[in-house]
Design a protein around this ligand. Sequence first.
Ligand code: PLZ
Length: 444
Amino acid sequence: MATPEQKRILVTEIPGPKSVKLHEQRGAAFAAGFGVSLPIFVAEAGGGIVVDVDGNHLIDLASGIAVTSVGASHPEVVAAVQAQAERFTHTCFMVTEYESAVDVATALNRLTPGDHEKRTGLFSTGAEAVENAIKIARSYTGRSAVVVLSHAYHGRTLLTMTMTAKNVPYKEGFGPYAPEIYRVPSPYPFRWVGDPDNVAQEAFDQLVDVITSQIGAHNVAAIVVEPVQGEGGFVVPPDGYLPKVAAFAKEHGIVFVADEIQSGLGRTGTMFAVDHEGVVPDIVTTAKALAGGMPLSAVTGRAEIMDAVAPGGLGGTYAGNPVACAAAKAALEVIERDDLPAKARRIEQLAKPRLEALTGEDSWVGDVRGRGAMLAMEFVRPGTTEPAPEAAKKVAAYANAHGVLTLTCGTYGNVIRLLPPLVIGEDLLADALDVLEAAVATLA
Ligand code: PLZ
């Protein structure tokens, strides 16, 4: 099947009649606990386009939440998946081995920051990668406390849900939560209550204070940060914060974990978001873009930390599934060969000035931020920092109705994020931005 025509085409209302019918059927079959951003049913997708069952072509500013950086049907990923599926779909890496898993591990050891000796473990989901990073850090340090940030998102399993900051919808009703998780303020410039010119230092001081006075640095196994916070609102830490935290962790024998599941593998314009400041984490978690749409995640870290867990201590039936590994080899090849980090920088160059032009004293767009192809607008009541989730919803609804698939995020639900496939065409991106501008104009 060829890549769909790279053009926004609306042939029905969004959602169209076929999608509406399928969505009704879904309600009778599928658990209600799963939300949906836009109830259209997909027939095919690729490049910067998602085609629904009614034949509408929507511009994809979601990438399945930062997964399909190479597009949702990249020919090389598709071919690799097909070829591997014909050979074998599964053996379980803990039962018998296959070469592609070692190849993916070797590639991640090379691509992640730092030239120290590394090891990688492969899993299936992002949450599993974060859980295993914690298991490894605890095993290595013999300590139990884990420090995370406000506005953090790390997953939906018991441990990672506990590490996630936002109550509704992620945690409500699911307690009791896992023990030994401590939270420190995120350096969120737009919402910082202290000195706006000193956010990095003040946030770092608060981290040190919480760790020293409430936990004891010698009890902390890991500090886990998203180098650009994802679900929490695309919060970019001000320069200096991450290097300070990394240095503090090093000084106290704490494992510094960068959760690059959303921000990694080219998304922010560098291979990893920590690369913007030359920070070298002890452990990096990856998933999402890693396998071009197939479920695969990884924990990559210093050899001495990773190998602290004895054989048998890590694993999972599907951990490092061979079809997913074949897809990852192809996706990583495309990301490197086609220099997708450069594409992300180009997306920033094209999109950010246009989004920034939407801000202003009487504008509902209070802040525009992000790096590379991980960009966001935060909506507030004009002239204040009071969150305006209704404005974000209105803009998203307008964009969706006009054939642009957008996602909201943020602790207050008032952020619209742009996560296009890194391979999106420039005309398509420009068209999507026209629609977003028109959407914001409806708020005035
Ligand atoms: N860490 C930084 O962004 C997943 C969540 C979607 P999984 N983000 C999308 C939802 O509402 O469930 C994510 C992330 C960061 C960890 C994860 C978890 O990855 O593959 O969803 O488990």
